[in-house]
Design a protein around this ligand. Structure first.
Ligand code: NAD
Ligand code: ZN
Length: 382
């Protein structure tokens, strides 16, 4: 972790990917500078803004005005909100609309929205004319700290989430922290699970800072003049940018970002990927289980697991299976879901476990019987 911010100057986090390197700019009110930044990067480019109806209602006009003020033409492509838009039909609509807007090589696609829009618009950009450049303007906390960085784009297959897609890096990410002011509180809190995850997986000092400052991150500094939100987002982006630069295609270290996600995906799937359990809520619960499982294996003290659990509970995220509305699948179903999510190699499962707060590692040798016993106890005590 680097020292917390004292001024409202935008923060730049570089993503070092050689000829595909790009910057993430973080700051309150940065959307207004989108046109100027795009003009500096791609003089003469036209743009197509892909967004969803909710985001359009709050922020499309400002985005269009920012582009227009720099003399940049834009066409708006508005899709329905929600995970359902990461499907073939909407992908087709978006690709056709980009072509119809005469966006060509040298022009830009702008993804204005949460992770759904970033993944969908990014994949459309990767596909139309065999690859158009695109800019991410993430509007959820999850998108600002996670999905807009790293170049994973795609849609869902009928057989599973994110099964059809491409690695396609943006040329610029503009994280305007003021856009999060209109985000429903539950969505913000859900995204916060990923913020805590960065501390828990690799940055103990950041986790301690979050324990002391999370309320300011939620408040966003509108009245207090604190830059806690910007600082937190920057630390997460630096963390992810570093990991992505070292392991773009997830052959090693990038897997650490999946802390809490194997358990989490099983609960999300169990809830049918519905509003019953948002992604970050599932990740919070999954992270607690990853810590508790690590404690049971003797890798960490019970106290460390309790500390992770206490922080996630303090912000209002679920930390016990009994808190999932409608309940969770039984042990057999959970084991099946976990086996589907993770490659099983020679009868062993791969999990991200911890040797302490901020010390996650990839464990390729988890015995399914041990995991089953752990989950049986967890469900029994729920
Ligand atoms: N590519 C990656 O590396 C990566 C990483 C993590 C998650 N993801 C993907 O991200 C998606 C989840 O993203 P998400 O949580 O941002 O969901 P989302 O994009 O569906 O946004 C959540 C909700 O908030 C609304 N919204 C967004 N911004 C708003 C704003 N500023 N004000 C008011 N409402 C707003 C949206 O319309 C939507 O209803 C999943 O599909 C997941 O697979 C991708
Ligand atoms: Zn996640």
């Amino acid at each position: 972790m680097t020292a917390p911010l004292r001024s409202g100057e935008p923060i730049t986090v570089p993503v070092a990917l050689g000829t595909r390197a790009y910057d993430i700019a973080i700051g309150r009110g940065l959307l207004a500078a989108l046109g100027a930044r795009i003009k500096a990067l791609r003089p003469g480019a036209k743009t197509a803004i892909v967004t969803d109806r909710n985001v359009a209602q709050h922020h499309l006009a400002a985005c269009e005005a920012a582009l227009k003020s720099a003399g940049i033409e834009s066409a708006a492509i508005v899709v329905p909100p929600g995970e359902g838009s990461k499907n073939y039909a909407t992908f087709e609509t978006v690709c056709e609309a980009i072509v119809a807007a005469r966006i060509e090589r040298g022009d830009l696609v702008v993804a204005l929205g949460g992770g759904v829009i970033g993944d969908l618009a990014g994949f459309a950009a990767a596909s139309v004319r065999r690859g158009l450049d695109f800019v991410q303007v993430p509007t959820t906390l999850l998108a600002q700290v996670d999905s807009s960085v790293g170049g994973k784009t795609g849609i869902n297959s009928r057989q599973g989430k994110n099964l059809v897609g491409a690695f396609h890096q943006p040329v610029l990410v503009i994280a305007d922290t003021a856009l999060l002011d209109t985000l429903p509180k539950r969505e913000f809190r859900s995204g916060y699970a990923e913020v805590a995850k960065y501390g828990l997986l690799g940055d103990a000092a950041f986790f301690s800072w979050l324990e002391a400052n999370w309320q300011d991150v939620f408040a966003g500094g509108q009245s207090s003049g604190s830059f806690a939100r910007e600082h937190a987002i920057a630390v997460c982006c630096r963390g992810k940018a570093g990991i992505v630069a070292r392991d773009e295609r997830e052959t090693g270290e990038r897997a650490l970002l999946n802390l809490g996600h194997t358990f989490g995906h099983a609960f999300e799937a169990g809830a049918g990927f519905s509003d019953r359990l948002l992604h970050g809520e599932a990740v919070a619960l999954g992270t607690v289980l990853a810590f508790e499982f690590s404690a049971r294996k003797g890798l960490i003290a019970e106290l460390d697991a309790a500390r992770a659990r206490a922080h996630l509970a303090a912000v209002g995220l679920p930390t016990q299976v009994s808190q999932v509305p409608g309940g969770v699948p039984g042990v057999d179903a959970l084991m099946d879901l976990i086996a589907q999510d993770k490659k099983v190699k020679r009868g062993k499962l791969t999990f991200i476990l911890v040797r302490g707060i901020g010390q996650a590692f990839v464990e390729n040798d988890v015995d399914p019987a041990e995991l089953r016993a752990f989950l049986t106890d967890k469900l029994a005590s729920a």
